[in-house]
Write a protein that binds this ligand. Structure first.
Ligand SMILES: [Zn+2]
Length: 467
């Protein structure tokens, strides 16, 4: 049963409104469907035009490219496709909605429980500021924030981001063929986005396939910054261990190391690289201890020097066990795509000692990624463009952030009320001089459905808040 409701009717301030069409109980086809991955499967050398310039010049199959030409989309509400919840994000459900200002389909995310306590207030503000800070094609960013009500009624924050069609987890578990070209272009974009995040001093801390959104043209964006934080330069400062989904958790985190850095994200990418090749989770353990055992089964017993920052229990567990030789040759059996080059890069990412693990930036220089880079900048990127005589490439294929992300405000945040004022002001200032602001109608039926699904989802999320 489908129904249609005006989720965001205009207010006395003359706001335009969102018209959200919901499709209750609809099977999760459409948005959550597996992308057809047409981009990189084109034979090498086939001219492919950038979507912004070439339009349908490539001809042939209709590859959904929702952001290529918003002006061509029909803004008339009766003709819009049904929208539906798409459910990514660690904290809260995300819905597909249509922006009435340009008819473009975008994702609407509610950031729940913002003002529950000071810790969640800081976490949400940090995520919100990050989403507004990011300017990179492989990192999801905020397109807009819904206008908050007066501060006395201000309880929730709604952020609008680009709408992506699927994520890497759904792609990996689907029957969709994954060629070496796919893997190369995905891995290239993951590392390209990660280099940008790390250059801004940000650790993602929850890199996993479900947090890598993809479109049918294979464009990839890192999302979900609910656990992200700024790198801690002081090694004496303790950091939480409650990070990273277990299968992708780096050995130093599993061993209770009190201080860690960007290398934990690179480990996760290594696990995902192997998962793309083998189409199964590389280290699928039932507990953190078994997780560590599976890692040492593959890499061998680590040298003592790699255990210096481990907690006593973890060190004892490793030293008590039998000495294991490395068995990295099994990586060649992941798939036909596990060539010498692929396994070489994989072995540089899956290094037990974080100090010896390759950085995201250096991994991009590995020859395995050359083809992914070429393909990305030949037909997928926004930084290069085509002219009649050929392709004009950007000077910097993997740009860094213009400046580090600042979090100095966090120390001065002392109460929930103060946080509320700060966030309210941040959103208001963020919107100033920009497009017609959008607001929300909490009385509409579609909005109530949205809230119900959000509440259901957030009750399932029980992660420890962290420093
Ligand atoms: Zn480019």
């Amino acid at each position: 049963m489908a129904f249609r409701g005006d989720l965001f009717p205009g207010s006395e301030l003359g706001h335009k409104y969102f018209c959200v069409n919901t499709s209750c109980g609809a099977p999760s086809t459409g948005l959550s469907a597996t992308p057809c991955l047409t981009g990189p499967t084109a034979p090498a050398g086939t001219p492919r035009h950038p979507t912004a310039l070439g339009g349908s010049a490539g001809g042939g199959a209709a590859v959904p490219q929702p952001y290529s030409n918003p002006a061509s989309e029909v803004p008339s509400p009766p003709e819009m496709e049904p929208d539906r919840p798409i459910g990514y994000g660690a904290f809260g459900v995300v819905w597909s909605v249509t922006d009435p200002r340009d008819g473009r389909k975008v994702a609407l995310k509610k950031m729940p429980n913002v003002f529950q306590n000071l810790v969640s207030c800081k976490r949400v503000f940090r995520e919100l500021r990050m989403l507004c800070f990011f300017k990179h094609d492989n990192v999801l960013s905020a397109l807009d924030i819904l206008q908050p009500p007066q501060i006395d009624c201000f309880e929730e924050i709604y952020v609008i981001t680009e709408l992506m069609q699927s994520d890497l987890h759904k792609v990996i578990v689907s029957p969709q063929p994954l060629t070496t070209d796919h893997i190369k272009v995905f891995l290239y974009q993951i590392l390209r986005g990660l280099k940008y995040l790390h250059s801004a001093g940000i650790l993602h801390r929850d890199i996993k396939p479900g947090n890598l959104l993809v479109n049918s043209n294979c464009l990839l964006k890192i999302c979900d910054f609910g656990l992200a934080r700024v790198e801690e330069p002081d090694p004496s400062r303790h950091m939480t261990q409650e990070v990273v989904t277990q299968y992708y958790r780096a050995p130093e985190v599993l061993m209770g190391c009190r201080h860690y850095g960007s290398a934990i994200d690179v480990w996760s990418v290594g696990c995902i690289f192997a998962e793309l090749l083998g189409r199964r989770i590389l280290f699928q353990a039932q507990s953190p201890i078994q997780q560590l055992d599976l890692i040492t089964d593959l890499l061998g017993t680590p040298p003592l020097s790699a255990l210096s920052s481990a907690c006593e229990g973890a060190r004892a567990h490793i030293l008590r066990g039998p000495h294991k030789p490395p068995s990295l040759s099994v990586l060649y059996m992941l798939s036909d795509g596990a060539t010498h080059e692929a396994v070489h890069l994989l072995c540089r990412m899956l290094v037990f000692d974080p100090a010896k693990r390759i950085s995201g930036s250096d991994a991009l220089s590995h020859p395995y990624l050359d083809e992914g880079r070429l393909r990305y900048h030949t037909c997928m990127c926004q930084c290069c463009y085509s002219v009649p005589s050929g392709r004009v490439y950007t000077r910097d294929f993997e740009p860094v952030a213009e400046r580090p992300f600042s979090h100095s405000y966090e120390n001065s945040l002392l109460s929930v009320w103060q946080g509320k004022e700060l966030i309210h002001r941040f959103i208001t200032e963020h919107q100033q001089g920009k497009r017609v602001p959008l607001c929300i109608n909490p009385q509409s039926a579609a909005f109530k459905t949205f809230i119900r699904s959000t509440a259901w989802h957030s009750s399932k999320v029980s992660r420890k808040e962290e420093r």
